[in-house]
Design a protein around this ligand. Structure first.
Ligand SMILES: N[C@@H](CCC(=O)N[C@@H](CS)C(=O)NCC(=O)O)C(=O)O
Length: 211
């Protein structure tokens, strides 16, 4: 019998799941991919992680990793072939700014109707401040922490992609040449293409063994 693999619950278009999938793929971790819909989460996922967000990794020993950055750290602790962890803790302030204030503005820019008294343009302008900060960091270096890709680039670019895609003409018209080149490079990478491959939806059923 083949050994049990880690199980990944994922949603293709989720930027948190994208960063997790890229770290797992980069580390060469074999896993069972379970593609879900956020509006119809499988009971097996909610049993493992009641907070109900993706990505979730369930290890063969029953341990559950339910935060995307923890998934990245766990994967890279197994194998970090391109030294994504090299810049160390310095990366996490920038990632916190992405996951905190920038994500706040991204959600309100994309979905103003979901919030009270929200003007999309105000949140686009506030998000633009972070875009300019990233653009300045990329002046003279190819990636956010030097010339080599790090965990920070992989953790952040799926969110910049979402912001850019919401109004591509607006994004392309901004004076953000380094950021635009950096984003285009990540979007064109074989790693990104690999983790965006479509999977059939997972449904709990006979394959569900009650773990
Ligand atoms: N802090 C979590 C956030 C993950 C998250 O919010 N994922 C979204 C999808 S992009 C989600 O699962 N939302 C639950 C829902 O919409 O029901 C992480 O880093 O893993």
């Amino acid at each position: 019998m083949s050994p049990a693999l880690p199980i990944l619950y994922s949603f293709r278009r989720c930027p948190y799941a994208m960063r997790g999938r890229m770290a797992l793929k980069n580390a060469g971790i074999k896993l069972e991919h379970r593609e879900i819909l956020l509006r119809d989460k499988p009971p097996s996922m909610l049993a493992a992680s009641p907070k109900g967000t993706v990505p979730v990794v369930v290890l063969p020993n029953g341990d559950v990793i339910e935060e995307s950055l923890d998934v990245m750290r766990w994967a890279l602790a197994q194998n970090d072939p391109h030294d994504w962890l090299a810049p160390g803790d310095a990366m996490f302030d920038l990632i916190s700014e992405n996951d905190g204030p920038f994500k706040h503005h991204l959600d309100r820019y994309k979905y103003p109707d979901r919030y009270e008294n929200v003007q999309a343009e105000e949140h686009r302008a506030a998000g633009h401040v972070f875009l300019k900060k990233l653009n300045s960091r990329l002046d003279g270096q190819a990636q956010l922490f030097g010339d080599h890709v790090s965990l920070a680039d992989i953790a952040i670019f799926p969110f910049i992609r979402q912001f850019a895609n919401h109004d591509r003409d607006w994004f392309d018209a901004q004076d953000l040449p380094q950021l635009q080149t950096w984003l285009a490079g990540h979007l064109a990478s074989p790693l990104f293409a690999d983790i965006m491959v479509k999977h059939d939806l997972w449904a709990d059923g006979v394959a569900w063994d009650g773990r």
